[in-house]
Design a protein around this ligand. Structure first.
Ligand code: COA
Length: 274
């Protein structure tokens, strides 16, 4: 599939997907949803992709759903509407949220409405201090639909989430970090270097362990399991991880520490193929 609405760049194990409709502030059209679904299916099994970064072209991260193409134009076409909805849901929740490798949202500018779900589906969200976030749905008389209300309820401090849902007021990257929606914020001028540094750190870790950590945190909701269920799941996952690592034939991480090859408190075990 050739892409019209996204760009894919691969460098040193880090794949950057750029939402690329800058003239429409990277709003998500049905075509963009289709292309993201297709791209993420490929990248999930692409050996060159060890870390995935999602960002926006120009001065916007993403202006949310394309209010014209996603809502207005296909309002009376049930088939197109169903297809767009499915792709829209698939790439963010079935592909990006459980993506088997670490993911980083690099929020470079405007981030409105449906774009919140792109940020929340990534493991790490680094926002520019200058980025502008807004749950603008109330301003056009809607609720934050799709999964937006759910993900802000899950991720933000509750009184802050409801405040921004009700008022539609904008907030900046520093506020996004303070209320739990972004991992951190940095000046725009430092955004790319910060993300590059995090991606480099992630690339140095054992990819099998990263996937297992993600599964523990995202695929299984440990908060909803009892202590006994959590212990059983995590023990089984740890055993599975150790089995997979031993099949790979690399030096055992704990043995490496005991052999004084490195200190886990300061950084990852040296890996042959890193
Ligand atoms: N859907 C469709 N088109 C959008 C869009 C969206 N969500 N956001 C921006 N655009 C389009 C505009 O219609 C305009 O198109 P045009 O040049 O053909 O007229 C173009 O992008 C530029 O937008 P403009 O409003 O002129 O840019 P701006 O920089 O002054 O403002 C925004 C940017 C994002 C603040 C403003 O466009 C906006 O409020 N967009 C809607 C955001 C929103 O509510 N998203 C939630 C959807 S779930």
């Amino acid at each position: 599939m050739s892409y019209e609405t996204i760009l894919i760049d691969k460098a040193k194990g880090v794949t950057t997907v750029t939402l690329n409709r800058p003239d429409k502030r990277n709003a998500m059209s049905p075509r963009l949803h289709e292309e993201m679904s297709d791209a993420l299916r490929d990248l999930a099994v692409d050996d060159e992709t060890q870390v995935l970064v999602i960002t926006g072209a120009g001065e916007s991260f993403c202006a949310g759903q394309d209010l014209k193409r996603y809502f207005h134009d296909i309002r009376d076409d049930p088939r197109a509407r169903a297809q767009a909805r499915q792709n829209s849901h698939d790439w963010r929740y079935r592909l990006l949220h459980p993506f088997p490798k670490p993911t980083i949202a690099m929020v470079n500018g405007y981030c409105f409405g449906g774009a919140f779900t792109v940020v929340s589906s990534c493991d790490i969200a680094v926002a520019a201090d200058e980025a502008v976030f807004g749950l603008s749905e109330i301003n056009f008389g809607h609720i934050p639909g799709g999964m937006v209300a759910k993900i802000v309820t899950d991720s933000m401090i509750p009184k802050q989430a409801l405040y921004y849902i009700l008022t539609g007021r904008q907030f900046d990257g520093a506020t996004a970090a303070r209320i739990g929606f972004a991992t951190m914020s940095v000046p725009l001028a430092e955004l790319k270097d910060t993300v590059d540094g995090i991606a480099a750190d992630l690339r140095a870790k054992d990819p099998l362990a990263l996937t297992a950590c993600k599964e523990a945190f995202k695929s299984v909701d440990l908060r909803r399991l009892s202590a006994e269920e959590s212990l059983a799941w995590l023990t089984a996952k740890s055993d599975q991880l150790i089995r997979k690592q031993s099949q790979r034939g690399e030096i055992d991480g704990i043995q490496g520490f005991l052999d004084k090859k490195y200190r886990p408190g300061f950084g990852p075990a040296p890996r042959e193929n890193a």
